[in-house]
Design a protein around this ligand. Structure first.
Ligand SMILES: *Cc1c(COP(=O)(O)O)cnc(C)c1O
Length: 451
């Protein structure tokens, strides 16, 4: 029988943050858990649902993080819980490479249908985002017979060896962990707020000049790019940038790989962020929002590319585990039944004007950007526009103390990104936004240089 409980949808702080139980668990953490695995929040979470996370001391926090864009359909979403419970009672594992099962195929069918592009597609499933990105490169190298891979400034693609090489930011992701995979090249991005180039085609020409001169199209297997960068700080490329890059890929037989791990799955008001930019990737990489919190990732794309590797060359022991596949089917079901594409766009329409008002009135807010329920603020020095990570840290800290979970991002650590679950109740969304706005306004007043 369904054993599903949703916590009361209300922000409520009943102890200091952290409370005594969280503090005790944190002492155990420091004894038992490797210290490099460093949580942001000082509290331990016990349950969650829609827009609330409940900690072990009974504090109810508004969730503006969705576990980093994972629980887009809400935490412990009913359709996900029901399917996982039923599946767990029946069959937990066979390894799809050994003995297949229907749900794996059903998830691949859903992804082939949902991803942009009206061509014949195939999908392969994996466990983590990084694993899927690595496999996208394997498909591309196998198909093209080439080695070089192009990634971008401010990119984040994961923490395995190849994806560390693709990731831009050194600290904390790469320091001390080299040597990194060879044949990875980093190209200039379109970052309108910082590079001043609002013409995306012109920005792409600058990137292409670099690619042509310093790597050479015929050497490139894959160009890997996030349509809107996640960890990099929700950088939205100028209009025309992505289509021009896709065109360059087509001209040179380069596989155009779009990493939709953070921006995908209804987050931006479309199923995939690529749809906002008019691009049809050769391969789409998904993870995070795909399975509502169970570990599942995928590469989806052109059949001729996906069918290139030798038989048995792709897979994994747990890849496409039956529980995770059922969870993903529950996610697709929920996105449809709850109308979450429209809901994400609506969330954006609530958040965006408030943030833009702050940008107009406060000196520390340099830029506001994002699409749909994926919005961010970049904090700067009011006079020099130099990145100001201390403002982002202070605002995030103030939100956490007030019971609102927000995430810091950006190469310079000066961005706060908002990723509420798409099912968050309206009053929680507005209340969380109010807490966030107040924290920023107070910080700005403290800096004292506004106007
Ligand atoms: C999180 C993320 C990854 C890595 O996913 P993991 O599941 O943590 O390995 C890759 N790309 C993007 C854009 C991400 O946001």
């Amino acid at each position: 029988m369904l054993n599903h409980t949703t916590p009361e949808q209300q922000r409520r702080l009943v102890t200091e943050m952290p409370g005594s139980r969280s503090a005790e668990l944190d002492r155990r953490r420091l004894e038992a858990v490797a210290h490099a695995v460093t949580p942001t929040l000082p509290v331990f979470i016990e349950s969650g649902g829609q827009g609330i996370l409940v900690d072990v001391d009974g504090n109810h926090l508004i969730d503006f993080g969705s576990g980093i864009a994972v629980t887009n359909v809400g935490n412990a979403a009913p359709a996900v819980v029901r399917r996982v419970q039923e599946q767990a009672a029946k069959l937990t594992h066979t390894c799809f490479l050994l003995a297949p099962y229907e749900s794996y195929v059903a998830v691949c069918e859903e992804l082939n249908q949902a991803t942009p592009g009206d061509f014949v597609k195939r999908t392969a499933l994996f466990n983590s985002g990084a694993e899927a990105v690595e496999n996208a490169v394997k498909f591309a190298r196998s198909f093209t017979g080439r080695n070089a891979v192009v990634a971008f400034e401010h990119a984040f693609h994961g923490r395995t060896n190849l994806t560390m090489a693709l990731t831009a930011k050194y600290d904390p992701y790469k320091s001390g962990f080299g040597p990194f995979a060879p044949e990875v090249y980093r190209a200039p991005l379109s970052y309108p707020y910082r590079d001043g180039q609002t013409d995306g085609v012109a920005a792409a020409e600058r990137t292409i000049a670099y690619l042509d001169k310093q790597i050479g199209g015929p050497n490139v297997a894959a160009l890997v790019i996030e349509p809107i960068q996640g960890e990099g700080g929700f950088i939205v490329p100028a209009e025309g940038f992505l289509p021009r890059l896709q065109q360059w890929c087509n001209e040179h037989g380069v596989v155009f790989v779009v990493d939709e791990i953070q921006a995908g799955f209804a987050r931006t008001g479309k199923m995939f962020a690529s749809e906002h930019f008019g691009i049809e990737p050769d391969l789409v990489v998904t993870a995070k929002g795909l399975a509502g919190g169970l570990p599942l990732s995928a590469v989806t794309g052109r059949a001729e590319i996906m069918d290139a590797p030798q038989k048995g060359g792709i897979g994994g022991t747990y890849a496409g585990n039956p529980l995770a596949c059922e969870a993903a089917l529950g996610v697709f079901e929920t996105i449809r039944s709850e109308g979450l594409l429209d809901r994400a766009a609506w969330i954006g329409s609530v958040i965006r004007p408030q943030l833009e008002h702050l940008q107009e009135t406060l000196g520390i807010v340099g830029d506001v950007r994002g699409i749909g329920a994926m919005q961010a603020i970049e904090f700067v020095d009011p006079v020099t526009q130099v990145p100001a990570p201390e403002h982002a840290a202070a605002v995030a800290q103030a939100c956490h103390s007030a019971g609102v979970v927000v995430l810091v991002a950006g190469t310079y650590g000066n961005v706060i990104r908002l990723l509420p679950p798409l099912v968050i109740p309206e009053d929680l969304l507005r209340e969380g936004l109010e807490v966030f706005t107040r924290a920023i306004t107070e910080r700005d007043a403290l800096v004292g240089l506004t106007g």
